[in-house]
Design a protein around this ligand. Structure first.
Ligand code: HEM
Length: 511
């Protein structure tokens, strides 16, 4: 009993102290954007709590405007929900907003800013981003990673074929699991030349970390409260998952270092994977910011974290939308089968340009289900947007989800209508601020082409070789399309579908 009383006393005094601290920080001379009413200590939190903050925040913005002020506990956050304001933040004032928030969980996830994705803007971030773009995400490596994709899509197809009966009722396949493995294997082969031995554990831990790193949990909104940090399990769970993933990456690093020391890790610079490039640069010691093993581990982690879940999410939603919209499924399958003929084994990237309808399907999926719905940025300096003051250190969330479902830019925005992309040049790789699933400006996703290449060839092959149906006993009216909130928005439940192999395909694939 006494223990509980002291705990309540400590809790009460900490909350009061936070409130007074926050009152003393408020600056009445500043003109902040509008926002919903706030309560002492928790601020606007009550408006946002719930399973789907991206949706709740979109709803709030409809009432308070395209630039909205939220106070999430101790953290001032500005939410951007229109294409026009997104352009002001990500283009006109790109340099000012080129930082990332430094929340407790993001700090753990981003290796204390030693990586790329959560690193503070500056020369060290520029250096590492440039190395990754030039060595794995850019054009130089395109040929090598193309071969990896083709091989990995081949094994995905074979694994589905072996599970399903030709022309028969087909077998139920866990599509979510298959595409998560595929995207992890593609990234891991490009990054360190092989597959992660503990792949399933890695994917599981990454999934858990992605759910925790949203910036909406108590430790992130009351970062100065020791009590909150002590009471909350999120920081501990985050450290545990991050620790497990880092130890898997550390094993990979150790193995490669041992192989190099034994003289069998060397290869020509044309064949190098990213890890080899980073170790060579470390040995040469020629970079402005020396590459420590910790930085190498952090950058490798970024490639996995940035490249696995996002790519798998697009594929998972693409298959969900197509099954949920049988007309679009039929059209996409007819296109890929008619254009490419009957006897193709594996469709590669050179074929993708011939599939305009499938490319529109993928754009529509990115519009309705942007994998990262709230793009996090932070102001590096004080500045003014739409006449409102944005103070240095303020967190900014660009609500890509709200923008891409806004009826001012999109007709019937909730409908899945790939054809809306037919007679316009709107594309994710050209900046139209109505459609920014990869963000924009200096911190725009560097893995866009890498990820989209995987999405295109995987979807084309899945549509070409199989007919997809709901599992036995399920019907479209009850088809589940619910979401699970995290840094990426995935399906709440794994997508299970029946894959029916087209007659003849089994023999072709076993060639
Ligand atoms: C195909 C699906 C993908 C989507 C939708 C996606 C989306 C995004 C978004 C919205 C951002 C934030 C951009 C901003 O702040 O403006 C981002 C950043 C990033 N992405 Fe991706 N991404 C994808 C694939 C990949 C892949 C395949 C990789 C690497 C293998 C990758 C690596 C990164 C990295 C390292 C950053 C941080 C960039 C920085 O802060 O400088 N992404 N991504």
């Amino acid at each position: 009993m006494e223990g509980w009383l002291s705990l309540c006393f400590i809790a009460g005094s900490t909350l009061l102290a936070i409130w007074f601290l926050e009152l003393s920080r408020r600056n009445p001379n500043k003109k902040l954007p509008p926002g919903p009413w706030t309560l002492p200590i928790v601020g606007s939190l009550l408006h946002v709590v719930g399973a789907f903050p991206h949706r709740t925040i979109a709803e709030l913005s409809r009432r308070h405007g395209p630039l909205m002020h939220l106070r999430l506990g101790e953290v001032a956050t500005m939410v951007v929900s229109s294409a026009e304001v997104a352009a002001l933040v990500l283009k006109t004032n790109d340099l000012t907003f080129a930082d990332r928030p430094r929340t407790v969980t993001q700090n753990i996830f981003g290796s204390g800013g030693k990586d790329i994705a959560f690193a503070p803007y500056g020369a060290a971030w520029r250096q590492m981003r440039k190395v990754c773009v030039m060595e794995i995400l850019g054009s130089k490596q395109a040929r090598r990673t193309e071969r990896i994709r083709t091989e990995e899509v081949g094994s995905l197809l074979r694994s589905i074929v072996s599970a399903s009966a030709v022309g028969g009722a087909g077998a139920t396949v866990n599509v979510s699991e298959k595409v998560a493995m595929l995207s992890n294997d593609v990234v891991s082969r490009a990054v360190f030349g092989g597959k992660v031995a503990q792949r399933d554990e890695y994917i599981r831990e990454l999934g858990e970390a992605m759910e925790l790193v949203t910036g909406f949990c108590l430790v992130d909104i009351f970062p100065s409260s020791r009590l909150v940090r002590w009471l909350s399990s999120v920081e501990r769970r985050m450290r545990r998952s991050y620790g497990r993933m880092q130890s898997i990456i550390a094993d990979i690093l150790d193995e490669r270092k041992a192989a190099r020391a034994a003289g069998d890790g060397s290869c020509s610079t044309d064949d190098e994977d990213l890890l080899e490039v980073l170790l060579r640069l470390q040995a040469e010691d020629s970079l402005e910011f020396p590459l420590t093993t910790e930085i190498i581990g952090a950058v490798m982690f970024d490639m996995f974290a940035g490249g696995t879940d996002t790519t798998a999410t697009v594929l998972e939603w693409a298959m969900s939308e197509l099954v949920n919209n049988p007309e679009a499924m039929t059209k996409a399958q007819l296109e890929v089968r008619e254009v490419l003929g009957e006897d193709r084994v594996i469709i590669t990237n050179c074929d993708i340009a011939k599939l305009p309808y499938m490319r529109m399907v993928i754009k529509e999926v990115l519009r309705l289900h942007p994998p990262i719905p709230l793009v996090p940025r932070m102001a590096r300096d004080d500045c003014t947007i739409m006449g409102y003051d944005m103070l240095k250190g303020t967190n900014v969330l660009v609500n890509v989800f709200a923008i891409s479902r806004d009826s001012r830019y999109w007709e019937n925005p909730e409908e899945f209508k790939p054809k809306r992309f037919e007679n316009n040049n709107m594309d994710y790789n050209v900046t139209y601020f109505e459609f920014i699933p990869f963000g924009a400006g200096r911190r725009q996703c560097p893995g866009m082409f890498f990820g989209m290449s995987t999405v295109h060839i995987t979807l084309a092959n899945m549509l070409y070789h199989f007919n997809w149906m709901l599992p036995e006993g399920a019907c479209l009216t009850s088809f589940d399309m619910s979401e699970k909130f995290g840094l990426t928005i995935r399906r709440r439940y794994d997508l299970q579908l029946r894959a029916i192999t087209r007659v003849g395909v089994k023999d072709i694939l076993s060639k």
